[in-house]
Design a protein around this ligand. Structure first.
Ligand code: ZN
Length: 178
């Protein structure tokens, strides 16, 4: 049995996340739904969070569901980064104490993202290096988890690459699991 993939939108609705060339709050919901649909179409079990969920209720739900999953699972919290309109590239946050297999998977995810979009690979960041607002996704979730900062939505080249290669990103994401 393959992995069960739990996808969370890092934000829930227009203006609830970062802005710029892409509205993070809207796009992370749309992408979560499109990824989940594509996974299911390829026989991969995929669960998603609810748009009204607070961070603590997302964590509670994921932990409840995780106890019912046989075999491997992974929780991916979807985000678009934002900084100073110049910072660019893809990065993935993991817990510094996460398993080697989860670390390997996170590395594949960030490599796939940077290659598919043709943007800089900023690599893995750990909880020790992070002040991420959703850090609890890494520290309080019992299943292997990661925060996926796909690209910088306030940086033009990253955003254009994402918009252009969005479908390939979905296709290549599915290939990580099949
Ligand atoms: Zn975010």
């Amino acid at each position: 049995m393959g992995k069960t993939v739990f996808l969370c939108a890092g934000h829930h609705g227009a203006g609830t996340g970062a802005g710029g060339f892409i509205d993070e709050g809207l796009e992370c919901i749309k992408l979560r739904d499109d990824l989940s649909h594509a996974l299911r179409g390829n026989g991969v079990i995929s669960l998603i969070d609810q748009n009204t969920a607070s961070l603590s209720s997302v964590i509670r739900n994921v932990n409840d569901l995780s106890t019912h999953i046989d075999g491997e699972s992974v929780v991916i919290d979807i985000h678009f980064n934002s900084f100073n309109k110049k910072a660019h590239g893809s990065e993935v946050y993991i817990h510094s104490q996460t398993s080697n297999s989860n670390k390997e998977f996170a590395k594949k995810l960030v490599e796939m993202t940077s290659e598919t979009l043709g943007i800089h690979n900023r690599g893995l960041r750990t909880t020790a290096q992070s002040q991420h607002s959703r850090l609890a996704m890494l520290t309080k979730i019992k299943a292997p988890s990661m925060i996926w900062e796909i690209c910088f939505c306030d940086e033009k080249t990253d955003s254009e690459a994402y918009i252009e290669h969005r479908q390939e990103l979905i296709d290549n994401f599915v290939k990580l699991f099949v």
